[in-house]
Design a protein around this ligand. Structure first.
Ligand SMILES: NC(=O)c1ccc[n+]([C@@H]2O[C@H](COP(=O)([O-])OP(=O)(O)OC[C@H]3O[C@@H](n4cnc5c(N)ncnc54)[C@H](OP(=O)(O)O)[C@@H]3O)[C@@H](O)[C@H]2O)c1
Length: 235
């Protein structure tokens, strides 16, 4: 498979890259600062023939276009786009609550978590169309489920993932007759900088589960909201 992963210098993105390389796939690992991506540099030495590290700021149209040009030259097609990059807060202080809500925080979190994945799918659509069993996987969160919402926590993050879920569903409908499958995939609560050290899962488990779900994804499943074990989540 020819795979692109965004936000791959740490956390879940890095583990996606590790596991896909480990089973022989060709991977474009995108991150904002390749010079500082120590783990990716180490992987590049080991998998020089199958790993390409690209600079990508997902909210920047020029950066998306430059990444698209490189992938077009490299592969000429794309089988899997993993929109993984995400933030839990866009403000200088973490998680502004009611009473201290911050317009810039809300807009930035929406831009990174919801708008950028949609625009990435649009940007890479021509390459996906030429791919084999092409798939777009949007890494969302159960916190974006409106049905499951019974406590208040991070306004901007939860609402941005609900927006990403709607974009995923609409993309799935739009791209179905073009044979591109789209999935909203929840990784579970995982030990990363974003998930915190108290999370019950480690990246290795979550990614192993998500890769299995992605492998099993068929066009008839397009538009679903699943978790890392393949269980359906209510919108
Ligand atoms: N961990 C969990 O428990 C959990 C649960 C549900 C959903 N998720 C979702 O899983 C995804 C990965 O999260 P994680 O836990 O691995 O988080 P993480 O360890 O904080 O990593 C986030 C990644 O996203 C990148 N990123 C952030 N803003 C970016 C931008 N504007 N352009 C390009 N890259 C950007 C970061 O790059 P820099 O190093 O440059 O900042 C980093 O590589 C996110 O979408 C998150 O919402 C995680």
């Amino acid at each position: 498979m020819r795979i692109l992963v965004t936000g791959s210098n740490r956390g879940l993105g890095l583990e996606f890259v590790r596991q896909y390389l480990g089973r022989g796939e060709r991977v474009v690992a995108c991150c904002r600062a390749p010079d500082r991506a120590a783990e990716l540099k180490t992987l590049q030495k080991q998998f020089a023939d199958r790993l390409t590290v690209l600079r990508l700021e997902v909210t920047d149209a020029k950066s998306r276009a430059a990444a698209h040009r490189r992938v077009k030259r490299l592969f000429g097609a794309l089988d899997l786009l993993v929109n993984n990059a995400g933030i839990r807060s866009g403000a200088r202080y973490d998680s502004p609550d009611f009473g201290e809500l911050c317009r810039e925080d809300i807009l930035r979190v929406f831009e990174v978590n919801a708008v950028a994945p949609l625009l990435m799918a649009e940007r890479f659509f021509d390459l996906l169309r030429k791919g084999t069993r092409p798939r777009v996987v949007n890494i969302t969160s159960m916190l974006g489920s409106i049905t499951e919402k019974d406590w208040v926590f991070r306004y901007s993050y939860c609402a941005s993932k609900a927006a990403l879920n709607m974009f995923s569903k609409m993309l799935a409908l739009d791209l179905r007759d073009k044979r591109v499958a789209v999935l909203a995939l929840h990784p579970g609560h995982v030990q990363t900088d974003l998930g915190g050290s108290d999370a019950p899962l480690v990246p290795e488990q979550s990614i192993r589960g998500m890769i299995k779900v992605i492998d099993g994804l068929r066009l008839r499943d397009s538009g679903k909201f699943l978790d890392w074990r393949g269980r359906q989540i209510a919108w």
